[in-house]
Design a protein around this ligand. Structure first.
Ligand SMILES: Cc1cc2nc3c(=O)[nH]c(=O)nc-3n(C[C@H](O)[C@H](O)[C@H](O)COP(=O)(O)O)c2cc1C
Length: 180
């Protein structure tokens, strides 16, 4: 499969088969994230993989809003990877300060996308989750209180093999060639 096809195939999966995912496939997804680029090769991340069935149901609770139903699909996910921000190295921190940029958060976003693309390649569904109860999730997984959880990646076997049509801004509204 060409890379552009893989990128088009990846979508936020919100319907999963309630079944476990092989540890080997999950580790392949983490490995793809670990190989991601980062500012000054700072690698400001740790990954917490939750794939134990009792634990994943508790993780799912920390991602959901009962009243609105937000992220309720996570009940059926086979696994989650929690992306925790670590201290960036000095060059990345200084560069970010000078240039007024948040490099560590960009790095984590890139790692998240690498993980999701690897999941697609492994035949898994994935969804990046930015809405979660951070304090509860830290307590559940013994993540030190001072660290920040930036994203959670939901993983599992998709319940459908019919990809949705992509909803994207038209190319001509986002692409400027040779000048703004
Ligand atoms: C930083 C970030 C946070 C997100 N948080 C959530 C979330 O909490 N729940 C959810 O269902 N989708 C979440 N998404 C998925 C987006 O809604 C989705 O990527 C977007 O609608 C485009 O659809 P696609 O991924 O299927 O192409 C998040 C995506 C990103 C990049």
């Amino acid at each position: 499969m060409r890379f552009v096809e893989l990128a088009a195939k990846r979508e936020s999966c919100r319907k999963y088969k309630k079944m476990p995912v092989e540890r080997e496939k999950l580790l392949a997804c983490v490995e793809a994230a670990r190989m991601s680029p980062s500012a000054c090769n700072s690698q400001p991340w740790s990954f917490v993989l939750a794939d134990d069935a009792d634990l994943t149901s508790k993780v799912a609770e920390t991602l959901q809003e009962k009243i609105t139903g937000l992220n309720s699909f996570t009940d059926d996910c086979g696994a989650f990877v929690i992306l925790v921000e670590e201290n960036a190295n000095l060059s990345s921190k200084l560069g970010g300060r000078f240039k007024d940029q948040e490099f560590a958060q960009m790095d984590i976003g890139i790692a998240a996308q690498s993980m999701c693309l690897a999941a697609t390649d492994e035949g898994l569904g994935s969804c990046i989750i930015g809405w979660f109860h951070e304090k509860a999730l830290k307590a559940l997984l013994d993540i030190p209180i001072k660290k920040r959880i930036r994203l959670v990646i939901a993983l599992g076997y998709p319940d459908s093999d019919h990809p949705r049509a992509k909803s994207r801004k038209p190319l001509e509204t986002v692409l400027h060639i040779n000048r703004w």
